[in-house]
Design a binder for this molecule. Structure first.
Ligand code: ATP
Ligand code: MG
Length: 271
C-alpha cells in the first residue's frame, strides 16, 4: 500500500492549516491509516496538541522530524530511527512530531550542494512511511522557504487553506508561483486539489460575495463548495488536546470538515 501524501499549505499565518490537517486526520482515521507530519517548527502547535492527547511531554521527545531531516543532510540512514519517532495518538492517527529546532532545517538544506538532499530530504523520509499508511498529511508552517519547497516536492497533492482577505489571496499567488517555478520541475505529478475556504459564513451576503471574488481571482483552481465557518469552538479545541472532530463533534466546524472531506475524497474519483 502506498499512501497519498497531502500538503496542507499557505504561508499566510493563522488561516486554519493546523486545524484542517488535524480535522482531516481525525475523519480519515475512522477508516484509514493516517500519519500527520508537523512541518512547523515556529509554533509546533500540532505537536503540542497531540502530545497532550498521547499524554507525553513534548519537551522531552527523543526523536523528531528535525533529527531525521538533519540525519538526511549528514548522509545518515534514517530507517532505524523513523519508527521510533512516531507517536500513536488515541484518536487513531499517528504523528511525526516537530520541535522548534526545525526552523534551522531550511538553512541546513540551503548549504547542501547535493540537489537530491537539498530538495528531496523530506521526500526520502516520506518514502519510508508511505508503505505503512493510506494518507500522510503534512501541516505546513507559515513560511515559504526551502523546507516548504521540500514539502511540496514530497507531496502528491496540495490543499490550499485560505481565508478571503487580500493578504491570504496574495499568499496563494506566491505559493502557486513557487509551485510552478521550483516544485514542478522536480515534482511534475503534484496535483493542486484546490482551495478550502475557512472562517467564513457562506450563507451571509458578504460571505457569498467573497466566495465569488475568490472564484474570479483563481478561476484555474477548484474552490471547494464546503466552507469552514468561523466559530468559537474552533478556538477552544486546541486546549483540549483533541481534534475539533472529537471535541465538538456536532458543531458547525466539525460538520463543515465532514462535508469537505466527502467532497475531497469523491472529487478524486472523477478526476
Ligand atoms: N473555523 C474557525 N473558526 C474560528 N477560529 C478558528 C477556525 N479555525 C481555526 N481557528 C483558530 O484560528 C487560529 C489559527 O488556526 P490554525 O492554527 O489552524 O491556523 P494555521 O494556519 O495553522 O496557523 P499558523 O500559520 O500559525 O500555523 C487558532 O487559534 C484556531 O483555533
Ligand atoms: Mg499551523
Amino acid at each position: 500500500m502506498k499512501a497519498r501524501v497531502i500538503s496542507v499549505n499557505n504561508q499566510k499565518g493563522g488561516v486554519g492549516k493546523t486545524t484542517t490537517a488535524l480535522a482531516m486526520a481525525a475523519i480519515l482515521a475512522e477508516e484509514k491509516r493516517v500519519l500527520l507530519i508537523d512541518c512547523d517548527g515556529s509554533s509546533t502547535t500540532l505537536t503540542k496538541i497531540l502530545c497532550q492527547q498521547a499524554e507525553l511531554d513534548y519537551r522531552q521527545l527523543k526523536m523528531t522530524l528535525t533529527d531525521l531531516i538533519l540525519f538526511k543532510t549528514l548522509g545518515r540512514d534514517t530507517d532505524a530511527f523513523a519508527d521510533g519517532a512516531v507517536i500513536h495518538c488515541p484518536e487513531g492517527y499517528d504523528l511525526l512530531p516537530a520541535d522548534n529546532k526545525l526552523v534551522s532545517v531550511a538553512a541546513a538544506l540551503a548549504t547542501q550542494n547535493d540537489m537530491e538532499i537539498r530538495f528531496k530530504a523530506l521526500s526520502h523520509l516520506v518514502e519510508y512511511y508511505r508503505r505503512y499508511y493510506d494518507f500522510i498529511i503534512l501541516d505546513a508552517a507559515p513560511v515559504l522557504d526551502l523546507f516548504a519547497t521540500n514539502q511540496l516536492v514530497a507531496a502528491d497533492e496540495l490543499l490550499v487553506v485560505s481565508q478571503c482577505q487580500k493578504a491570504s489571496r496574495e499568499a496563494i499567488h506566491e505559493l502557486l508561483h513557487t509551485v510552478d517555478n521550483f516544485v514542478r520541475p522536480i515534482n511534475k505529478a503534484l496535483t493542486v486539489k484546490g482551495i478550502l475556504l475557512t472562517m467564513l459564513d457562506k450563507r451571509a451576503k458578504y460571505g457569498k460575495q467573497q466566495i465569488e471574488e475568490m472564484r474570479d481571482e483563481f478561476e484555474a483552481l477548484h474552490i471547494f463548495d464546503a466552507v469552514i465557518p468561523r466559530a468559537t469552538e474552533a478556538e477552544r479545541y486546541v486546549d483540549s488536546g483533541r481534534s475539533i472532530i472529537y471535541q465538538f463533534p456536532r458543531g458547525n466546524v466539525a460538520q463543515g470538515y465532514r462535508e469537505f472531506m466527502q467532497e475531497f475524497l469523491v472529487e478524486r474519483l472523477v478526476e
